[in-house]
Design a protein around this ligand. Sequence first.
Ligand SMILES: [Zn+2]
Length: 332
Amino acid sequence: MGGWSFSLQAHELAHQWFGDKVTCGSWEDIWLNEGFATYYEGLTYTYGLGTNTWSNWLQGKRTQIMNLPDGSVWVPDTTSVNRIFNSRLTYSKGALVLHMLRWKVGHDNFFQAVRNYLEDDNIGFNYARTAQLQYHLEAQSGLDLDEFFEDWYYGQGHPTYILDWWNGGGQVNFNLLQSTSHPSVDFFEMPVPVLFKGQNQDSLVVFDHTFSGQSYSINLPFTVTEVVFDPELWILAQNQVTQLVVGTQQPEIAGELRIGPNPVKDALNYHWSNPELSPLSLELHDSNGKLLNKWTSPAVTGQIPVGSLAAGVYYLVLQTEQGSIKTKIVKQ
Ligand SMILES: [Zn+2]
């Protein structure tokens, strides 16, 4: 060891299981050594050990990983020592992929599966490949993790979630959109925790997110005043949460155009409530009525970039077969 810091001692102790007892079977699988040793260092902070805290450690890793849009935990080039021992991908992202596996399969299943992996006669005091860790996680949880490993181990980058919500119909409603930072992954399918806060109560609910633009409505015994995406930071992702409000002008058309934030700085989120009456177009006009941009057959839920517009008043116009809805927007 090149020093005696708490973090290094924790990391090297973890290697006695992950690295020494079980050694990665190829440089492709180096995260089985370094991802585990890094994650287990982080876990020591959840027990109040060391001088760091879990939330500080976790935030530091997240910032480091998401600073760049690309890179996989899997090592595609095993001739490059720099890539094998890449701190951002092999160590940090490897650790947070383990953290997400714990979220996906559940705390008890995760640690039991890891114990089964270490005690497997073909793995303990021997070599392991990533597929063998996947096997034990699947055997313990009963889940199929092919897609998870495809996205988070072989795939590159991370998702950004856009959560638009509103109260209506005695329920809290929201749309969840996702974009990815790298084209190697179309969509990260994840269980997504959302915290709903009210006056004196709150409620954490986990939703299965299977496609971008998915809509949800739930009944809660209190009025929601604030929504927080993944409050405990299980998912390696960026997020934007916006409360949508009904626009300023509402003619007799079967549907509501909700927008937010308003005033807006960079991107305006919108939601059209009636998919039966598909929007023909969305238009952006300036305060004099001049057409600035037009989107034909837009999705019922989406985002319009407005970052390049000068500050002032604009109008968003949604055209339907029954007529148009014009909504005032204030650009900051
Ligand atoms: Zn190490």
